[in-house]
Design a protein around this ligand. Structure first.
Ligand SMILES: [Fe+2]
Length: 327
């Protein structure tokens, strides 16, 4: 409310300096030269109206995007006797963000569930460690991508996507094992039912550390390459910080499978929001870097204390974040 803006430009397809104007007196000139049509695509057509202005300039007027992200993860509907019964009243939202472990061993069911919940609106989904149960992570990803084709679900696998005025960067992430010394036992299997990327046996700590390193590099590159102008939201399944591990989990010998310390990625980049799952504990806090960190995992049979099935976070173009719960 009370916030709108305009984009002054000359011609579609032309590379110009975009001037972003916040009418609530925050005037921010952001003179990066980009293609206007690309910029508009990134914003999403829903957020702009075009009108011819006088003279050489044309003006686009409309509200700046303040996308509302509906956040959840770890539904683990494979454990639910009636999975379709999970049909909560939809909060007011623009993009559903599902941070993995929706359905163990069921990539197609996971995508179908996310699409069902999003109910025609766009959704962003990253695979958890449970989606690839019984298969390699690569095989799972191929099935997820195929299932998502033609739907409004965008599956991110070390990839970025601009949706509804937000630049999403998503990956499973996995974990480096450092938290509990698991990196010292690279050949030991993790106990998860995921096949090793090599196709030989089940996944090992070394496999997970390698997947983590590759995905971490990919996220770092995407953060670095992302053009300015859109708020950046990172979505991972595994946790990006280790400092608030729940005490019971910290003492677990497999603690290093849950979280890794990616704080340098936060301090080195302008991240608006980092969404994760995997640890079945609710979290919503502001990191020193300014990144908001949110986890809203349901857990098997919705067992996570504090899980909210109407957790909506609004991401503003000016890094202005607030939680909005819509009844
Ligand atoms: Fe998980």
């Amino acid at each position: 409310m009370g916030r709108s803006g305009g984009f002054l430009f000359r011609r579609l397809g032309e590379r110009v300096n975009i001037v972003l104007i916040h009418l609530r007196q925050e005037i921010q000139t952001d003179p990066h030269r980009i293609r206007i049509d690309q910029f508009l695509d990134d914003l999403g057509a829903a957020f702009v109206r075009m009108s011819d202005g006088p003279g050489l300039a044309r003006t686009i007027e409309g509200p700046l995007p303040m996308p509302r992200l509906w956040i959840l993860s770890d539904l683990h509907l494979e454990a639910a006797p009636f999975p379709d019964a999970y049909d909560p009243p939809r909060p007011g939202f623009d993009v559903l963000v599902a941070a993995g472990d929706i359905w163990r061993g069921g990539p197609e069911k996971a995508v179908a569930t996310v699409a069902r919940l999003a109910a025609g609106r766009p959704a962003v989904f990253v695979a958890g460690n449970h989606e690839p149960w019984g298969m390699t992570p690569a095989r799972c990803m191929a099935r997820l991508k195929r299932a998502a084709k033609g739907t409004d679900v965008t599956v991110l696998d070390g990839e970025g996507a601009a949706i509804a005025g937000v630049r999403f960067i998503g990956a499973t992430l996995w974990a480096d094992g450092l938290l509990s010394g698991l990196h010292l036992r690279p050949l030991q299997t993790t106990g998860e039912g995921v096949l090793s990327p090599s196709g030989q046996g089940t996944i090992t700590h070394g496999d997970e550390a390698a997947l983590h390193a590759a995905e971490r590099r990919r996220i770092a590159a995407l953060l670095e390459q992302a053009p300015d102008g859109l708020p950046m939201v990172v979505v991972t399944h595994h946790a990006p910080l280790t400092d608030r591990m729940p005490p019971g989990l910290r003492a677990h010998p497999g603690a290093g499978l849950f979280a890794s310390d990616l704080s340098t990625l936060m301090t080195g980049n302008r991240i608006a929001l980092w969404v994760y799952g995997h640890i079945h504990a609710r979290e919503d806090r502001l990191h020193d870097s300014g990144a908001r960190i949110v986890a809203n995992p349901a857990g098997p049979l919705f067992s996570t204390p504090g899980f909210e099935d109407d957790c909506v976070v609004t991401v503003g173009a000016g890094m202005d974040l607030k939680t909005r719960r819509e009844d």
